[in-house]
Design a binder for this molecule. Structure first.
Ligand SMILES: [Zn+2]
Length: 236
């Protein structure tokens, strides 16, 4: 199911691109969606957008507001923005479901572990050069707010985090620094440059209002896309 979902999404994204890029859409779209097992090529893109949580796993909550819904809404906007800006992107979750449900290969009783290993596995199977994982923060202290980008120990990941932190700081008028996210499974296990973007705090009223308003979500997505563009320009 996953491959078909991604393929359809990639095609939708490609079709909406500028005319010069639409030439990249294969003439026979059926061929990709139903490619034979042995000869298929996985979709390749530059950015793999990881929409955090999903399905039974709602992530952080505040009243009726669920992190998984915010992550997905902004991930979809980021996906459309990047593709329209000539940066091919794929989304690993396009609806409200848990990625652990699609994991048939990791023998573990822990749904959480299967969820994370499925997200990591996709970074191997889909050819991309970076992973951007979208999340929303939570803390008991309701005054805490603002974006926080977590990175791996490599320079590329730190640079990507710095770029996205900077553009989110501008968008939210904050001045935080990115941090190394050592304990995070995805950051430890993924080979390509990867970052976890905590886009704000669900526990903070102002951030929550921003993160649930579609127009503000677009501004957040646009800031993340700018950060990715800057990173691409520096590392070109
Ligand atoms: Zn999360």
């Amino acid at each position: 199911m996953f491959v078909i979902r991604v393929t359809v999404f990639v095609l939708i994204g490609l079709l909406s691109l500028a005319p010069q890029l639409s030439a990249a859409v294969p003439e026979n779209k059926q061929q990709i969606a139903h490619a034979p097992e042995d000869g298929w090529t996985m979709p390749s893109a530059i950015v793999l957008i990881d929409a955090g949580h999903g399905g039974i796993d709602g992530g952080a909550t505040a009243g009726n507001t669920l992190e998984k819904d915010i992550n997905l809404a902004i991930a979809q906007k980021l996906y459309l923005l990047l593709n329209s800006q000539g940066i091919p992107a794929v989304l690993n979750r396009t609806g409200d479901y848990a990625l652990s449900e699609e994991n048939r290969w990791h023998v573990s009783r822990s749904r959480h572990k299967r969820d994370l290993s499925q997200r990591r596995q996709l970074t191997d199977e889909i050819e991309t050069t970076m992973l951007v994982s979208l999340h929303v923060n939570w803390t008991k202290d309701r005054s805490k707010h603002g974006p926080l980008v977590l990175h791996q120990s490599t320079g590329e990941s730190a640079l990507l985090a710095f770029c996205i932190q900077d553009t989110l700081n501008r968008q939210q008028q904050t001045a935080f620094y990115p941090r190394e996210g050592k304990p995070f499974y995805l950051l430890r296990k993924v080979d390509q440059p990867a970052v976890i973007v905590e886009m704000g705090f669900i526990s903070h009223e102002g951030d929550r209002t921003m993160l649930t308003d579609p127009r503000e979500q677009l501004r957040v997505a646009s800031a993340i896309a700018s950060g990715i563009r800057q990173y691409k320009w520096i590392t070109r």
